[in-house]
Design a protein around this ligand. Structure first.
Ligand SMILES: O=C(CO)[C@@H](O)[C@H](O)COP(=O)(O)O
Length: 222
């Protein structure tokens, strides 16, 4: 299976939290495809963000774009149905945070969501063994999770190449997402390494013109 059409998923971790609905609608109108929604629990990662109630509030506000939930929480399973009910489209989790990775994958699918598995910079790819065919997405972290605005870790490029190969060999339509330090300047290199789904927070939300950054990213990806 060759690469799928590129998706740009602005991470609303860098949005204006005091005007979250408005800012999310604005970034989508500016050309964002998905909403990337970071859930941090001050346990698995050292930060605390948003839960399912805020996600539901975005749906109630009128956000209809796919919401790509990145769970940085431990334990994982208990909170999955709440996010599905709130309107998540895809739920990704870290294998180290789940006692039973295959069970968590099944739980997310049974809740009606797409499922992704997330790899921190030091997480080995052998967590893909035996489960790759069940996934809709593999997410490669190019920073250590917990904060926006960090610098891209270049070793992520080799990891992307390795996962691209595994996905292609599987023959399945699995997305390859990258998250952390993605900018209009490095997105070309990241796309060339095999990513087709690009999360970007500070590079978009800290810019004066969201549309101009997203357009530049899209043109660079080709
Ligand atoms: O999951 C995370 C951080 O843990 C990310 O989604 C960040 O929100 C990306 O932010 P930038 O690095 O693009 O500023």
């Amino acid at each position: 299976m060759s690469k799928q059409s590129p998706i740009i998923a602005p991470s609303i971790l860098s949005a204006d939290f005091a005007r979250l609905g408005e800012d999310t609608a604005k970034v989508l109108a500016a050309g964002g495809d998905w909403v990337h929604y970071d859930v941090m629990d001050n346990h698995y990662v050292p930060n605390l963000t948003m839960g399912p109630m805020v996600l539901k509030a975005l749906r109630d506000y009128g956000i209809t774009a796919p919401i790509d939930v990145h769970l940085m929480v431990k334990p994982v399973d208990r909170i999955v149905p709440d996010f599905a009910k709130a309107g998540a489209s895809c739920i990704s989790f870290h294998p180290e945070a789940s006692e039973h990775v295959d069970r968590t994958i099944g739980l997310i699918k049974d809740a009606g969501c797409q499922v992704g598995l997330v790899f921190n910079p030091a997480t080995p790819l052998n967590w893909l063994d035996h489960v790759l065919d069940k996934l809709d997405m593999v997410l490669i972290m190019s920073v250590n999770p917990g904060f926006g605005g960090q610098k891209f870790i270049p070793e992520a490029l080799e990891k992307l190449r390795l996962v691209r190969r595994r996905i292609d060999e599987s023959g399945r339509a699995i997305r390859l997402e990258v998250d952390g330090g993605v900018t209009a300047d490095n997105i070309g290199q990241i796309a060339a390494a095999g990513a087709d789904t690009f999360v970007a927070g500070s590079a978009i939300f800290n810019a004066p013109d969201y549309q101009a950054v997203i357009k530049r990213m899209r043109e660079t990806i080709g």
